[in-house]
Design a protein around this ligand. Structure first.
Ligand code: FES
Length: 178
């Protein structure tokens, strides 16, 4: 006889007391029709900055869509992330125009400034995530880095280091104000 082993919450890394308030609000705003699934996932990701695994069974139940299908959508679109991201997501464009104008030294400098090594893309304090993206549609400004909606043009490794300092200072000011 096969010895079945069902994963418990801890083994699945699922938080048994996860707060679904934000998910409910997103569903109430967008509706529960299957055609709204992308908008719902976008809204949830906007709130958590990624798609926590806890939300999949919840959405599945609320929208009557299989979890497998929702996972399929979440993994198909590269804008969705199943991993937690930092408060500041720094996108380094490595499209052709930016690449030939030396985007990689910028990426390396950002990673060095933030102490990111190996496969890590997010700092331990969950403040910064650094990732590469293909063309951001601003080739004439290359090499380009984007943080949130802000585009930083004609970047250099030194400017990238200054950008980190500025973001850290802004963060410090915001913390002092709270
Ligand atoms: S290649 Fe970087 S903006 Fe187009």
């Amino acid at each position: 006889m096969t010895d079945m082993h069902y994963l418990n919450y801890e083994e699945q890394h699922i938080d048994p007391v996860f707060d679904f308030t934000a998910c409910r609000k997103v569903l109430d705003k967008n509706g529960r029709d299957e055609s709204k699934i992308i908008a719902v996932l976008q809204g949830i990701q906007q709130h958590y900055r990624y798609l926590p695994r806890e939300v999949f069974p919840y959405i599945s139940n609320e929208m009557e869509i299989s979890e497998a299908k929702i996972y399929g959508i979440a993994t198909f679109y590269e804008n969705f992330s199943l991993e937690p991201k930092g408060k500041y997501v720094i996108k380094v464009c490595d499209g052709t125009a930016c690449h030939v104008r030396k985007s990689i030294p910028i990426l390396n400098r950002l990673r060095a400034e933030l102490g990111l090594t190996g496969e890590d893309i997010t700092t331990g304090d969950m403040l910064f995530t650094v990732e590469t993206v293909s063309c951001l549609g601003a080739c004439s400004l290359s090499p380009v880095v984007m943080v949130g909606d802000e585009v930083y043009a004609a970047m250099t490794p030194d400017k990238a280091a200054e950008l980190i300092q500025t973001l850290r200072q802004n963060e410090l000011r915001a913390t002092i104000r709270e």
